[in-house]
Design a protein around this ligand. Structure first.
Ligand SMILES: C[S@@+](CC[C@H](N)C(=O)[O-])C[C@H]1O[C@@H](n2cnc3c(N)ncnc32)[C@H](O)[C@@H]1O
Length: 189
């Protein structure tokens, strides 16, 4: 079954975990990938791998074997990922396990398509804190929010969290994605 149908099936079964039934479009994947500057000895981390819609844009930048670590909570999607990308280090765990799984390895970029507005404040806080702590100075944390959730209390709270932690954040809108979304690029000084 293709990634599209795997994701659709998982989204129908677990709408509150995936937040959508449709994978992120290639325009977003390309915009994220453009921000990644891979460096030898450093890893690129992806939170919420899904069926790999963003992964396929990131991988060509990482060399071989890819210095990549992914987290995907959904078990069906995880099984699909392991079959599709046998060479990748992917955990069927919450992104909150980042520090534990890195075990001292350094991170040059972090890409997240997690459904921030559906996570608890505690989970969001844990993930943002670990993302910041594990990024190397100069590293970038790329993420997004659908435009239609931007003004929800949870999304506003998430934005307040990243603006408090990261000294420099830029954003751009991708209106041709379904749903249209705002991409955030937070840099650690
Ligand atoms: C909006 S989907 C994005 C999927 C894919 N990256 C894409 O862009 O099409 C969010 C993904 O995050 C996963 N997820 C949700 N909470 C998570 C968590 N705490 N840790 C890791 N993955 C999580 C969901 O299972 C889902 O696959």
């Amino acid at each position: 079954m293709s990634g599209f149908f795997q994701f659709l099936k998982a989204g129908l079964k677990n709408p509150l975990q995936l937040s959508t039934m449709f994978e992120t479009g290639p325009k977003v994947g390309r915009r994220f990938a453009r921000r990644i500057e891979h460096k030898v000895g450093f890893y690129v981390v992806e939170f919420g791998v899904g069926a790999g819609a963003i992964t396929l844009h990131i991988l060509p930048k990482l060399g071989f074997p890819p210095a990549y670590i992914g987290f995907e909570l959904n078990q069906d999607l995880y099984k699909y990922l392991v079959e599709t990308y046998p060479d990748l280090e992917i955990y069927n765990e919450t992104a909150e396990n980042l520090t534990k799984r890195l075990d001292g390895r350094k991170v040059s970029a972090l890409v997240s398509t997690l459904p921030w507005s559906l996570l608890t404040k505690e989970t969001r806080t844990n993930i943002v804190k670990q993302a910041y702590e594990n990024l190397e100075p100069g590293g970038v944390f790329c993420t997004f929010l659908a435009l239609h959730v931007l003004w929800t209390p949870a999304a506003r709270d998430f934005l307040a969290q990243i603006y408090e932690v990261f000294p420099e954040i830029t954003y751009e809108d991708e209106l041709l994605n379904v749903p249209p979304c705002r991409l955030f690029f937070a840099r650690k000084h």
